[in-house]
Design a protein around this ligand. Structure first.
Ligand code: ADP
Length: 628
């Protein structure tokens, strides 16, 4: 049993571990799969956004790219260098007009030394006119006869700009250059949102266009100090420090793409930062010398992963529950079947047991019957023995009883003969009548003795209680009389019939009365009171109370035992009460003894009464029999 439980527990634990492992693997695989799909989608979408942004940038630059070349052909500009009296103001206005039309930041004219001689912003608070930008690479490139391109933080305007410069050449001489500057601040404002951030980096990895202002002039990775010094010397980005982006971790994702985790300030909480993960992918813009990147926030992917994992967990749980449910039902069915089998088996066993115990019972009944038979026989023998003993006991009395009438008869006979000799017929007649009466009485006594000694049958018949008591009293009349015992007989007039045997019932009363007389042998006053009480017309109790010493407490439980006697040897066998008890018990009655509080013993004899109806029937039958 214990081993089974242990095995069962172990199996359950293993199953739980397996389920948990399976769940973890499922969740993990789902998360992995969802992340891959999410990232691929994001990658694709971001590529598309990137293309759009690059196209937008290219378009923006392309709009201005040919403008300096065009302006360089204008004589009004070249005139500034060819004719000292040339009206520069006119040129300034012309440049402003063009600048306004094409919506550039600034357009200006530089001489061969890099000094700005005319500019569209000539009348603003910070005009370029008079300033030398000869150090700028776009100027140097233009001076070499090419289209100069450059992007930088304006030294005067402090605005980030893209510069196109083209030389003004006349008759084989390069007179100067015309420069168109476009503002890059405008480009940023229209792009970028929560999900996507765009950045444009130079070959050093410096971010100079970005839709996220906090990243402006950060570098993709930390630059060596001498490199920073060189960039600073070029004055491209003014005095800015060029710190690296706050990258926490990064890993490659695909070609030209990687996953970056950045520390970002939380808006509204100045000191606090959070970490945000981006998928970053870049594309080179060779013309401009830039690299454009798009950083896509992974939050939506994370959310998708979470949702997918949750769904997978849910589906898994559902599957497990369904499986469990099915299994439980199967197990239940198995358990039910097993229980039914066990029950059947047990019923079979019980049936076998029962039939076995039935057999045993039957055997016991047979044995019991035999024992009962033996007992009855023994009892009969005992009764017989007791009777004989009783006869022995009574023989003295009987002797007296018979001897007395015998001697009387003898003297009456003598008298009669003498009287007849004297021919006194009448007197002789009287004596003969006396003799006849005496023989009648003797016959009576002998009849009683015969009745007592007779062995009785087992059958019970309605017997008159009063009749039995009177018969017993009459049997013992001589002794009662001799011992001067007073008998109070308080019995109902109507016959009480009990189911029993006349001889035995009489014997019971003889026993009880003899015992009472014996007990009172030393008493001063001898009184035997016999009373009858009827209960509910169904039960009768006969009480026999004597004025003897009563029964000692210690004997009360033993007096009904066979051979228990307190009488001298030869006086009693100790069988009387035990036989009486058995007789009464055999008829469904009770015989018990108590002591009266005022002295003397009381014997109670309870017997069921024959119901009136039955009694009437019996009487009728008897009457019919006697008539028949
Ligand atoms: P026996 O009369 O041969 O002794 P019983 O079975 O009739 O046998 O009585 C058993 C004993 O019960 C008697 O010896 C006596 O001690 C006690 N006993 C019976 N009847 C009475 C009585 N009425 N008063 C006192 N003792 C009694």
């Amino acid at each position: 049993m214990g081993l089974t439980v242990f095995r069962y527990r172990r199996r359950t634990v293993l199953a739980i571990i397996a389920i948990v492992l399976l769940l973890l693997i499922t969740l993990w695989r789902t998360a992995e799969w969802a992340e891959r799909i999410g990232l691929e989608n994001l990658h694709e979408r971001a590529q598309h956004d990137l293309s759009l942004f690059v196209a937008h940038l290219q378009g923006e630059l392309a709009r201005y790219q040919s403008l300096p070349t065009l302006l360089a052909t204008e004589e009004v500009l070249a005139g500034v260098f060819q004719n000292p009296d040339h009206n520069v103001n006119l040129v300034n206005r012309h440049l402003k007009t063009i600048n306004d039309i094409v919506d550039a930041a600034d357009i200006y004219l530089m001489d061969a030394t890099g000094l700005t001689v005319a500019a569209s912003n000539w009348n603003t608070s910070r005009p370029f006119v008079g300033r030398n930008f000869g150090f700028r690479p776009y100027f140097q490139e233009a001076m070499q006869g090419q289209l100069g391109r450059y992007y930088a933080l304006g030294t005067t305007s402090k605005e980030r700009g893209y510069y196109f410069a083209y030389p003004i050449r006349r008759k084989g001489y390069t007179l100067g250059a015309v420069v168109v500057k476009i503002s890059l601040d405008v480009i940023e404002s229209a792009w970028g949102d929560d999900g996507n951030a765009f950045i444009v980096t130079d070959p050093d990895g410096v971010i100079f266009i970005t839709t996220r202002s906090e990243w402006k002039f950060n570098t993709l990775k930390a630059l060596p100090r001498e490199r920073i010094a060189r960039i600073k010397a070029s004055r491209r980005y003014g005095d800015t420090d060029l710190p690296p982006l706050p990258v926490v971790t990064q890993r490659p994702f695909a070609d030209q793409a990687r996953i970056l985790r950045l520390r970002e300030p939380i808006q509204g909480a100045s000191a606090k930062t959070r970490q945000v993960t981006y998928l970053m992918q870049g594309r080179a813009m060779l013309d401009a010398g830039w690299k454009v990147h798009v950083l896509s926030n992974l939050a939506p992917v994370r959310k998708q992963v979470f949702n997918a994992t949750l769904l997978a967990g849910f589906v898994f749980a559902l599957l497990v529950l369904t499986t469990l449910f099915v299994r439980l039902r199967q197990q239940n069915a198995v358990a039910l079947r097993r229980a039914r089998d066990q029950l059947e088996q047990r019923v079979k066993e019980r049936t076998a047991d029962l039939s076995e115990s039935n057999k045993r019972l039957r055997r016991e009944i047979v044995e019991r019957n035999r024992a009962e038979e033996d007992l009855r026989q023994t009892q009969d023998e005992l009764i017989q023995a007791a009777k004989l003993a009783g006869i022995g006991q009574m023989s003295a009395g009987i002797n007296h009883e018979l001897n007395q009438p015998l001697s009387a008869i003898r003297s009456y006979a003598d008298n009669a003969r003498a009287l007849m000799d004297r021919n006194r017929q009448d007197e002789a007649q009287w004596n003969l009548v006396q003799i006849a009466e005496l023989t009648e009485r003797m016959a009576q006594i002998i009849k009683q003795l015969k009745l007592f000694a007779r062995k009785t049958s087992e059958q019970t018949t309605p017997v008159s209680l009063q009749g039995s008591i009177d018969a017993a009293l009459s049997l013992l009349a001589t002794r009662i009389h001799r011992e001067q015992a007073r008998v109070i007989r308080d019995l109902p007039i109507q016959d009480c019939l009990v189911l029993g045997d006349a001889v035995r019932l009489e014997q019971v009363f003889v026993n009880l009365i003899v015992n009472a007389l014996d007990s009172m042998s030393n008493s001063e006053y001898r009184e035997l009171s016999i009373k009858t009480v009827i209960h509910d017309n169904a039960q009768v109790t006969v009480s026999l109370r004597d004025t003897g010493p009563g029964i000692p407490e210690s004997h009360l439980s033993r007096i009904f035992d066979p051979f228990f006697t307190t009488k001298e040897a030869g006086q009693g066998l100790g069988l009387g009460l035990s036989i009486s008890y058995r007789i009464i018990d055999g008829w469904g009655g009770v015989l018990k003894a108590v002591n009266h509080p005022e002295g003397g013993a009381i014997f109670y004899l309870d017997l069921p009464l024959v119901p009136i109806q039955e009694e009437a029937d019996v009487l009728t039958e008897e009457a019919a029999a006697s008539h028949g």
